[in-house]
Design a protein around this ligand. Sequence first.
Ligand code: DP6
Length: 358
Amino acid sequence: MASEWILTLTAQTPTNIAVIKYWGKRDESLILPVNDSISVTLDPGHLCTTTTVAVSPAFEQDRMWLNGKEISLSGDRFQSCLREIRARATDVENKEKGIKISKKDWEKLHLHISSFNNFPTAAGLASSAAGLACLVFSLGKLMNVQEDHSQLSAIARQGSGSACRSLYGGFVKWIMGKEENGSDSLAVQLADEKHWDELVIIIAVVSSRQKETSSTSGMRESVETSLLLQHRAKEVVPKRILKMEEAIQNRDFASFAALACADSNQFHAVCLDTSPPIFYMNDTSHRIINCVEKWNRSEEAPQVAYTFDAGPNAVLIARNRKAASLLIQRLLYYFPPNPETDMNSYVLGDKSILKDAG
Ligand code: DP6
């Protein structure tokens, strides 16, 4: 191997939004969840991470930059992902550059990784999901890993649970699995991105500040203290998962919306049931829920579903473009963009558009 070369690869991965939430681990180090979850992956280009990975004999250690700032790779989660991917690396040949890397070389070579989020990091917009999925995907491509997306998802899962669902587009289920080593805890695609493409996802950014309680520590506290979480994981989610799969297959928006809203509300109820209680939503989030609920009840059929992750920002899923444009009118009327208040921008994402509607 010549010593003066560098091989790079760039990939982009969108984030995903859970409509049946993952909240709670049964194994902290392998990141094994207490229940299945279902999400929808945003279209490429919207709320996504772009990662460039590079390898060169000139690199002396593995290094990573997030949004231009160097971050440590020493954490267990990064190390698990790097170890698992390296173990699956195969021979790579780049004839144009005259580079040949054998399976054995990958053990000695170091990596430089640079990642950018095009949306606020750690603000409850699932930045870790896009980030870790993109890291695993781009390294897998660079190292010519032959595993399919489900196998890669089980590696991304060890970086951040929700990341495993971002390896696929469309509607995705993270199967919690039964094995102690986590080999069957992976993501599968329920329906591709074309299956239900009249849905429009609108994200109302209520606050882009970093959340006070991370998902990781929040769910740990919930597992330790919330009885509602136990009930939810055993009794509620398994039934909801079946109904949600059916609603997605049949493109049944009324059922989809009822399930997504109920699940978001129960997740936040679990947070309140945690000791000490965790408050992810704020007054503006509650007002958005009220606004959507009232509107849905005034129509013959629900127009919009809402769901909130570990933060105050609303993810609103409109049944079609007409409902989406009416929703934006309502949002702008009830929550006029104002730099003085918390709620100052809307990001609109669907199959083709991303624009600041604020
Ligand atoms: C509320 O995947 O960020 O977004 O596995 O500890 O990294 P870790 O947690 P993370 O949790 C996401 C929680 C959620 C719900 C969901 O995405 O299903």
